[in-house]
Design a protein around this ligand. Structure first.
Ligand SMILES: [Ca+2]
Ligand SMILES: [Ca+2]
Length: 325
């Protein structure tokens, strides 16, 4: 008899719990928060959102919210209640600053047990969140060996002949002794974790010049490409992804010197297109001046270093500045 009574009591209790599970939870607590405590990589477009188990008594928020971070103090944020006051959005009036180097920039806020729900119950546990915004990184990236190389294109009676050399020790742009056209290629991989690109600078070492390319072929253009999975003949014929905006006109061009070009617009374009690299084609405005004599500029490839034909300092380098968690 006693056993039956106990079982009946358990059933009643379960029934009571089930009834509470509906619109009337057992306790007032945080059930989700963004960013979670310890989060890295909060961006300028992110907002803080906290989801509660029951509707918040709005009048209790002022006493419950606090922050030691100047940009998150009560006067510096906007509070918005959503989803029948079960969700609180906290939007900084000024987007939170990113770290200006690779050190973490910390932000912190708390919601204390002063917070009540509309039934007057205090928050079960205080919420304390420390998080960081994006950090700034500056790295040097070398072109991948399978993408640095040269493509030669020649016109003959039988049509256009294209020769791809992705294992050459140099890349060249210009024309050759038989009026063929040379295009040079570079493919710089993006680092993992790049959330927002900031700037890109290409540094070339002018190892060799033949003829008078800037007089005969016009300016050297840096063309943004998508080289795909490998260098192929189509990469000589395909147009650049966007209009070329960076040119070298040859003023002061000397062999044996470093040349610097800002390619930030190219970086942004490649990143916004979802590409995993900054791929470049180096091409003069005129494919050839048809004088039967070579005019061109030359740069080392990764293979040149691997074969001990050039020092690593002389390789094309992309200095990449970007934000990551
Ligand atoms: Ca190569
Ligand atoms: Ca020529």
């Amino acid at each position: 008899m006693r056993k039956i009574t106990l079982a009946l009591g358990t059933l009643l209790l379960l029934g009571l719990l089930a009834a509470c599970g509906g619109g009337s939870p057992d306790s007032f607590e945080v059930i989700d928060v963004f960013p979670p405590d310890g989060y890295h990589g909060f961006t300028k477009s992110d907002v803080i959102e906290i989801e509660f188990s029951a509707p918040v008594d709005r009048s209790s928020l002022a006493a419950a919210y606090r922050s030691i971070s100047n940009e998150l103090k009560p006067g510096q944020v906007t509070f918005t209640f959503l989803e029948d006051d079960r969700k609180l959005r906290i939007t900084p009036k000024t987007p939170l600053d990113y770290s200006t180097n690779n050190a973490y920039r910390l932000y912190r806020f708390e919601i204390g047990t002063e917070l009540r729900d509309t039934r007057g119950r205090p928050l079960k546990e205080p919420l304390s969140v420390t998080f960081t915004t994006l950090r700034l990184f500056k790295i040097r990236v070398l072109s991948l060996p399978q993408f640095d190389g040269i493509i030669a294109m020649a016109q003959s009676g039988t049509g256009t002949q294209i020769v791809v050399s992705d294992d050459a020790t140099y890349l060249a742009a210009g024309d050759g002794d038989h009026d063929e056209t040379f295009f040079g290629y570079l493919g710089f991989p993006f680092p993992e974790g790049m959330v927002e690109p900031a700037a890109a600078y290409l540094r070339l070492y002018s190892s060799l010049k033949r003829g008078a390319p800037f007089q005969h072929l016009g300016r050297l253009g840096f063309e943004l490409m998508d080289l795909g999975s490998e260098l192929s003949s189509g990469d000589a014929l395909n147009p650049p992804l966007v209009a070329v905006s960076v040119f070298e006109d040859g003023t002061g061009y000397q062999t044996g010197t470093y040349l610097d070009y800002e390619l930030t617009d190219y970086l942004n374009e490649a990143f916004n297109r979802g590409l995993s690299r900054l791929d470049l084609r180096l091409a003069f405005e005129n494919k050839t001046n048809s004088d039967g004599s070579a005019d061109g500029v030359f740069f080392f490839t990764r293979e040149a270093v691997e074969q001990n034909r050039a020092d690593a300092d002389l390789l094309p380098v992309l200095v990449l500045v970007y934000y990551a968690p």
